[in-house]
Design a protein around this ligand. Structure first.
Ligand SMILES: NC(=O)c1ccc[n+]([C@@H]2O[C@H](COP(=O)([O-])OP(=O)(O)OC[C@H]3O[C@@H](n4cnc5c(N)ncnc54)[C@H](O)[C@@H]3O)[C@@H](O)[C@H]2O)c1
Length: 321
């Protein structure tokens, strides 16, 4: 929608799913000043209505933004449609267990978005997010760049936090990525890990904080992998950090930032992989994940990426069995 007053395109975001993740994202997005309009949809209409009321009562305290409940008619002119609808991971349940339940939900929403004629970007959050991104891509028929998953953007943030804490430096001085599945087969791309402008292996001798870096490195990677389960066991769901990760992706879409993020994308020959969605560093702007950065991974990381792809392909295949 064109805004006559400001001569700009109205930045509209639709959030589908008003549960813990959808509501936390909407709350963080409201405060960010990135969107002109936030529309919240849930199959539980009372819940969506309650979340909207709770948010609009905060309007005097954050930048001007219209927040309201909506319907699938809202997809057509949204720049970004964020799908958090579905069941959440229960204690002890793996993300892959959610597969069948959430595939039905995401598939039907993706179809509605496609039918609306939207020219925006679809951002999938529902787990298992890589398989759901694949399902949404196939069902919508959209070009691959415009259907992205939140992938390992959250896991990469957890990794950066743990490295920063370990090395005793500000998290903004750490650049690091978790690649592959958002789940058990994800792995740390140590070859891309950079602290204070130095590759991690070069930084270590300067740092002197580890007793045995090889052991501590494995421990950090394991902690990242187990983070979600720890939080879910302790409080039932993870929603604060993922809400902020979604705001970061939103910023790159709405402001055409070209940020490099590990969103989940459909592979099309990159790293020798195709017909599977997983996380690799990609450039994200208003047309979605427009370019996968195909760096030269060392053999063990390439092997880990291919292993992750194999696991995800099995999950995708299991949907048609
Ligand atoms: N990708 C990530 O990094 C990440 C992180 C945390 C959670 N998640 C996933 O996000 C999803 C949501 O988690 P949550 O904690 O908010 O769950 P939740 O149960 O609190 O909320 C899910 C909401 O989806 C709604 N819903 C279900 N089917 C719908 C439909 N067809 N249309 C509209 N709304 C529908 C439900 O009514 C519910 O309110 C889960 O799949 C969870 O595993 C992903």
């Amino acid at each position: 929608m064109y805004n006559l007053k400001s001569n700009t395109i109205r930045r509209k975001v639709v959030v589908v799913g008003a549960g813990a993740v959808g509501a936390t994202y909407a709350y963080a997005l409201s405060q960010s000043g990135l969107a002109d309009e936030i529309v919240i949809i849930d199959r539980n209409e009372d819940l969506a209505h309650g979340q909207v009321l709770d948010l609009v009562h905060g309007q005097p305290f954050f930048p001007t933004v219209a927040i309201r409940g909506g319907s699938k008619a809202d997809y057509a002119d949204a720049q970004l449609i964020v799908i958090t609808a579905g069941s959440a991971q229960k204690p002890g349940e793996t993300r892959l267990h959610l597969l069948r339940k959430n595939a039905v939900i995401v598939s039907s929403i993706a179809e509605d978005v496609a039918v609306s004629g939207s020219q925006g970007v679809m951002l999938i959050v529902s787990n298992p997010v890589d398989v759901m991104t694949y399902v949404a891509h196939k069902r919508s028929g959209w070009e691959k760049s415009r259907v992205i998953g939140s992938g390992t953007v959250l896991d990469s943030a957890r990794f950066r936090y743990l490295l920063a804490d370990h090395c005793g430096v500000d998290v903004h001085n750490v650049h690091a990525y978790i690649l592959g599945e958002h789940g058990d087969s994800e792995f740390a791309a140590w070859s891309m890990t950079n602290v204070a402008g130095m590759m991690i292996d070069d930084y270590c001798p300067v740092c002197h904080k580890c007793s045995d870096w090889k052991v501590e490195r494995k421990d950090i990677e394991q902690q990242v992998r187990e983070s979600a389960n720890h939080i879910i066991n302790a409080k039932g769901s993870t929603h604060f950090a993922v809400g902020l990760a979604l705001v970061k992706i939103t910023a790159s879409v709405l402001r055409k930032e070209n940020s490099v993020m590990t969103v989940s994308v459909m592979m099309d020959g990159e790293f020798g992989l195709s017909d599977v969605c997983l996380s690799v560093p990609s450039i994200v702007n208003d047309r979605g994940a427009v370019k996968v950065i195909t760096s030269k991974l060392p053999p063990q990381e390439l092997e880990a990426l291919r292993r992750s792809a194999g696991i995800l392909k099995e999950a995708i295949d299991s949907l048609s069995q």
